[in-house]
Design a protein around this ligand. Structure first.
Ligand code: ARG
Length: 567
């Protein structure tokens, strides 16, 4: 249940009753315990507009509100804050519900465009953020009950493929070389530059490919298959939920591009500029107020990134029936997406009711604040990064000496390695640049994946010591002391946190939530005996532990991170 929303609705109704207009209650979790559990800030803004006394307005709103069964205490504080403390009964009832997550009442069809690497190059750390953040958002929206369409809009078309396929032909179909595409690309371009016969063959290949010659198409497909299988291996290693069914690359839209240009023309949006076809919209201007074109067809007839994206948008609207379309790319593509969305709406390719959202993210930096690269300045392939994570996690688990069997040892290493890489990225506000640092991401203290995973494992060991199972344990949660209550409240905030992540495409809210949950759990666990507590307390406390474990597991699952029962 979304408690925050419930309070917001109830108070919202009261605001409306008192002021005779729709006024937001603005409920949020209280920032300090002395402000109650939740706090509503709406009275100040409304009172200012209506020129009345905010404290008096807040009092009237509380008087008019129906909070029975939910709130035990309300307090008007400061200039007109409404502090709300949930009732014991309500807490108990909410935590007694078997479902941790309630499906949203309005199921939307949501397209998420993420990962989307260019196949001419190795999947490198530049694509890591899109892959990890997009995947967590997709999983979260899915758990909330939405109909999610993952779209891996890979770059699988264009002139570089002429060179690459020609080189692959020359070398024989060795997929090992393709494991490092950047190296492969470098070798191919060297051949292209130095050998005119090679260059001629590569150019001819591009012409054949673009005119749809069967032989060329087959060879290109082989190349794409080899490199997508490499990509898929990395997804599997990283526990990314993308599979080949989600791949719909640029080439999938080749046959629609001419129509896109024709339709733009028909919509009266097309202009010619130096022989190239483009769209000018008045809201986009460059230096000195000069109108900025969005190029859709070059003078030689070639189409562009924008054109393909317009075709993809139409597909997502028409075929996938999207209510929302989310794109996860780095911030540098901001202008591209602003123009794309504006043109899609102006041309009515996509109705205004379809929400188009670009969710950008900052750069990945090393500890010196420089772009994250290997020592020789080249980009670091993702599989090298994953290997290093495994190595480091292995050393850590070994040092803990926790007598795990081989299989369990490997499972724990994997959970920690992958969890650390993902969580370190996910826990930061994606809009900021993010500094990659092995030591801090693998720490067992602080806002890290191992800290959360460790808490989960501790709860599991508690249950196994009591010969119980945390999965099936049921009892009423009746929080008596402060530490129990703090934990119980935090457990009640899970749903609202997931909904926030889904709305904003910002998984760091969920990380902050899970971190706070774990910290509250640790405080509770250090101060309240569980297995040795008197019968009544024992049951309620075990139920609190079980609920915490389930929430941690579900939350980490939304982030694509595994839990383990022992560490
Ligand atoms: N392939 C692009 C890149 O690597 C990202 C594609 C993002 N999605 C899109 N529909 N434009 O920069």
């Amino acid at each position: 249940m979304n408690v925050r929303q419930l309070l917001d609705d109830r108070l919202g109704e009261a605001f409306e009753q008192v002021t005779k207009e729709c006024a937001p209650a603005l409920v949020s979790p209280a920032s300090r315990p002395e402000y109650g559990d939740y706090q509503a800030n709406g009275a100040m803004a409304v009172a200012k507009r209506l020129k009345t006394n905010p404290r008096k307005l807040a009092e009237d709103v509380v008087g008019a509100s129906d909070l029975t069964g939910i709130v035990a205490e309300t307090e008007i504080a400061g200039p007109g804050f409404i502090n709300l403390t949930l009732s014991q009964e309500f807490l108990k009832g909410t935590l007694a519900r078997a479902d941790l997550v309630t499906k949203v009442p309005r199921r939307e069809s949501i397209v998420i465009d993420y990962s989307s690497p260019n196949l001419a190059k190795t999947l490198h750390v530049g694509h890591l953020r899109s892959t990890i953040i997009g995947d967590a958002t997709a999983r979260t929206l899915e758990i909330l009950g939405h109909n999610v369409w993952r779209q891996n809009h890979i770059g699988d078309w264009g002139t570089p493929f002429g060179m690459l396929v020609t080189y692959l032909d020359e070398q024989g179909q060795s997929s090992d070389d393709l494991g490092n595409l950047d190296h492969f690309y470098a070798l191919a371009s060297e051949r292209f530059e130095k050998d005119p016969t090679f260059a001629k063959a590569a150019r001819k290949f591009v012409v054949d490919l673009q005119s749809g010659k069967e032989g060329a198409i087959t060879r290109w497909k082989q190349f794409i298959e080899l490199s997508t299988s490499h990509m898929q291996r990395i997804y599997e290693q990283l526990n990314i939920s993308l599979n080949p069914d989600h791949t719909r690359g640029e080439s999938a839209y080749n046959n629609d591009l001419a129509q896109v240009v024709t339709d733009l023309d028909e919509a009266g949006l097309l202009s010619l500029s130096d022989g190239a076809k483009c769209v000018f919209l008045k809201e986009f201007t460059g230096k000195e107020g000069k109108p900025l074109p969005m190029l859709v067809q070059k003078s030689d007839g070639g189409y562009l990134y924008h054109t393909t994206d317009l075709a993809a948008l139409r597909y997502r609207h028409k075929v996938l029936n999207a209510d929302r379309i989310l794109y996860f790319t780095d911030g540098r593509q901001n202008l591209h997406f602003r123009m794309l969305f504006a043109v899609a709406h102006a041309s009515e390719f996509v109705p205004k009711s379809t929400k188009l959202e670009h969710h950008p993210f900052g750069k990945l930096l090393d500890s010196n604040g420089r772009p994250f690269r290997s020592r020789d300045g080249s980009t670091i392939p993702l599989d090298h990064l994953v290997e290093e994570a495994f190595e480091r996690a292995r050393a850590i688990v070994q040092s803990k000496n926790s007598n795990l069997g081989d299989r369990e040892f490997d499972e724990v290493v994997r959970a920690i390695a992958i969890g650390a890489i993902k969580y370190a990225d996910l826990s930061k506000n994606r809009l900021h640049d993010y500094t990659f640092d092995w030591d801090s991401m693998l720490a067992f203290e602080g806002n890290t994946a191992p800290y959360l995973q460790y808490a989960f494992a501790r709860i599991q060991s508690l249950f196994s010591r009591g010969n119980l199972s945390s999965k099936s344990y049921r009892a009423d949660i009746v929080p008596e002391n402060e530490n129990e209550r703090n934990l119980a409240i935090q457990l009640c905030r899970f749903q609202e946190t997931l909904e926030l992540v889904g709305r904003e495409g910002m998984p760091h809210h969920l990380c902050a939530y899970l971190y706070e949950l774990t910290s509250r759990f640790m405080r509770f666990y250090e101060t309240c005996p569980v297995l040795d507590a008197p019968e009544k307390d024992r049951k309620s406390r075990l139920a609190l532990c079980a609920r915490t474990a389930k929430t941690l597991e579900t939350g980490l699952n939304c982030l694509g991170i595994a839990v383990v029962t022992r560490m």
